[in-house]
Write a new protein. Structure first.
Length: 84
């Protein structure tokens, strides 16, 4: 009798493990109402640019082609750059 009761309880417990249940409600699947429009990324880029300029780092210079030639960069007939 005790064995039958324990088997019955084990069967009920295992049946609940395989039954389908709702994972998420409709409210959690809806989209967020706030729109960021990549504002955090723009703020980060602006902050890093300001930081770099304050310390004298500059990525865009007017004489970049002269620097490329000094670094050994060459351009072939098809417009591809390579190192000499």
């Amino acid at each position: 009798m005790k064995l039958c009761a324990s088997i019955l309880l084990a069967a009920i417990a295992s049946a609940n493990a395989f039954s389908a249940s709702p994972i998420a409600n409709k409210a959690s699947l809806s989209r967020s109402t706030s729109v960021l429009n990549a504002s955090r990324n723009k703020n980060k880029i602006a902050s890093r640019s300001k930081w770099a300029e304050a310390r004298g780092y500059c990525t865009a210079t007017a004489d970049a082609p002269a620097d490329a030639a000094a670094a050994g960069l060459m351009t072939n007939d098809e417009g591809l750059e390579y190192v000499r």
